[in-house]
Ligand binder design. Structure first.
Ligand code: SF4
Length: 350
């Protein structure tokens, strides 16, 4: 009937998924299993139009379809004329659409001129999702992101200057212990230059199929525990300007402190206070909070660690885990985190 790719951002959960390319033209990021073993290809305008026709038959009667996400990982590699033809056809077939978004790599965004991106905006594109992960040259090389900080800044500025919305995705924990501080400081430095509409936090957790497992075995990458990652996020938020960018933590299940969320020009002090409260907890209090957050979908306020009823249930469990060895608690948390990893068609990697 029509093709669909495997991932999309969580904010596009109710969007129509229109596949304009297949897979990822880069496909080398070591943390990302999304397209490994697949080959990238562009789809022709005619092929995509046929899909849109089939979707119009299936969904055309549903008034609620008002947003579209263009798949897969780097749609703007298509010729601008082809993208304009697809965007115009989408709006013709689905006249109620008021939002069309896509993933794009910073290198591609740097190649696209502001005039080209403005043309896409005028044809209906509204938002670009870009996975920068880090602003540190060393970290970008470590994870084989295939980007430089300069490409992230220039590509991001092109999007902003064209009047499109920009979501930048960052990945606390991806630098490992050795590069954590550099990762936090340089990511803030790059974001302060791009000043995107959204900064979306995607806490790193090791996927069982990730090539990074090999780096862990070889000792070239040391994973960070939840409290260390919270410290890294503290450094990042501290260095971010009080700009009108939305720092978004509450839309990704692997983020521990989802309440660290809001516009930086309004909520930065509140976010730092929340992080400081957590970081000042005793080791036991941190364990209580982490175990509660990682065990279910309910989100707890930080003062839950002083609730006698909760402690009566959670403390014996922590003591039992610690009896399993020095690192028994952290190993159990890693298992819980692996259950929260993004799933195909329900979440994103990019
Ligand atoms: S993270 Fe994005 S750019 Fe990197 S391999 Fe995965 S899909 Fe491609």
């Amino acid at each position: 009937m029509y093709e669909q790719g495997v991932i999309r951002p969580p904010s596009e959960a109710s969007s129509l998924l229109v596949r304009v390319t297949r897979n990822c033209p880069w496909n080398q990021c070591v943390f990302c299993p999304a397209y490994k073993g697949t080959k990238f290809s562009k789809r022709s305008v005619e092929e995509v139009k046929k899909d849109i026709d089939a979707m119009a038959v299936e969904y055309g009667g549903f008034a609620r379809i008002d947003s579209v996400f263009l798949q897969d990982a780097d749609s703007l590699v298509l010729a601008v004329d082809d993208l304009v033809a697809i965007l115009e056809y989408l709006r013709e077939k689905f006249p109620k659409i008021d939002r069309i978004t896509t993933y794009a790599r910073a290198r591609t965004l740097k190649r696209r001129t502001v005039a080209e991106l403005t043309r896409l905006k005028n044809a209906g594109l509204t938002r670009v999702h870009a996975g920068m992960e880090s602003g540190s040259e060393k970290v970008l090389q470590l994870i084989k992101k295939g980007l430089t900080p300069e490409e992230i800044v220039t590509g991001g500025r092109h999007v902003m200057d064209a009047g499109l919305e920009l979501s930048e995705y960052i990945m606390p924990g991806i630098a490992g212990r050795a590069l954590s501080e550099e990762h936090a400081r340089q990511t803030a430095h790059v974001l302060n230059q791009v000043r995107p509409h959204f900064i979306r936090v995607r806490t790193f957790a090791m996927h069982p199929l990730s090539p990074m497992q090999k780096m862990v075995r070889e000792g070239t990458f040391v994973t960070m525990a939840d409290d260390e990652i919270a410290g890294e996020i503290r450094l990042l938020v501290e260095d971010l300007d009080e700009m009108h960018s939305y720092f978004s933590s509450n839309d990704f299940s692997l983020n521990l402190l989802m309440q660290v969320d809001g516009f930086l020009d309004e909520k930065k002090a509140d976010m730092l206070r929340e992080l400081d409260t957590f970081l000042a907890f005793s080791k036991r209090e941190k364990q209580v909070y982490i175990l509660l957050q990682r065990s279910g979908y309910y989100r707890y306020p930080l003062d839950v660690v002083r609730d006698a009823g909760v402690l009566a249930k959670v403390l014996p469990e922590i003591e039992r885990l610690e009896k399993g060895g020095e690192d028994g608690f952290n190993k159990y948390i890693d298992i819980l985190k692996s259950h929260q990893l993004p799933q195909p068609q329900t979440d994103d990697w990019c």
